[in-house]
Design a protein around this ligand. Structure first.
Ligand code: ATP
Length: 199
């Protein structure tokens, strides 16, 4: 099974790209969704979070108290490490399960943290959706109705664009319109179909 890891910075167009692969009939496994699945009520990772950080991390309806957890790990690096030690293996197992169930010729694993975590180890090839910083900021401001400084702060905390470029096998530059992006992705789709046939 050929797995293509799809990543990119904030507002680069990961969702736009993965939606297009989906429309071509390619299964898309989403690491963001998986990270929410593993902390649903009844999941072992949620119990571990309560044991490690206290019962106040769980709401009365048994869901994760995201605000409390965010506040804790924002100010405490050790706590963030401890949280990741709980969630990352659970997310990896969830992703592996979903990848194994895929029936399409190849599978896309979309993750904003593909290169920052060991999730890239689940992939055969990395596709970076890349856009100039100004484009990322403008599109995110428009989409989320947030100040540009907020987007810039998030970008500053992410892996630098040039580092991502150096780690990618394929790069789709997404500075133009959606038709231009789709054209580039369609060419990559043909390449991935051939790779899948030969693997
Ligand atoms: P995030 O990491 O913040 O979730 P993302 O990488 O998934 O972002 P998208 O949500 O796909 O990025 O794109 C950001 C915004 O820009 C969206 O509103 C999307 O519709 C728009 N967009 C993406 N690509 C293009 C394009 N080529 N032309 C016009 N708008 C685009």
């Amino acid at each position: 099974m050929l797995v293509i890891g799809l990543t990119g910075g904030i507002g680069s167009g990961k969702t736009a790209a993965s939606d297009y692969f989906s429309s071509l009939g390619i299964t898309v496994v989403d690491a963001d969704l998986a990270s929410r699945t593993v902390v649903q009520p009844g999941q072992p990772a949620l119990d571990q979070i309560a044991k490690r950080f206290g019962d106040h991390m769980i709401n009365a309806d048994l869901s994760l108290n995201r605000a409390a957890l965010r506040e804790l790990v924002f100010s405490d690096k050790q706590a963030l490490k401890a949280l990741e030690a709980i969630t990352h293996p659970a997310i990896r197992t969830e992703l592996l399960n979903q990848l194994q169930q895929s029936q399409s010729p190849y599978t896309i694993l979309v993750s904003p943290l593909l290169l920052e975590t060991n999730q890239h180890q689940l992939t055969d090839r990395v596709l970076l959706i890349d856009a100039e910083e100004k484009v990322q900021i403008d599109r995110t401001v428009q989409r989320d109705k947030v100040p540009s400084q907020q987007v810039e702060a998030i970008m500053a905390a992410q892996m630098p664009r040039h580092t991502k470029q150096s780690k990618a096998d394929d790069i789709a530059l997404n500075n133009g319109d959606l038709a231009a992006l789709h054209g580039k992705l369609n060419a990559l789709h043909q390449t991935y179909l051939k790779l899948a046939q030969n693997s």
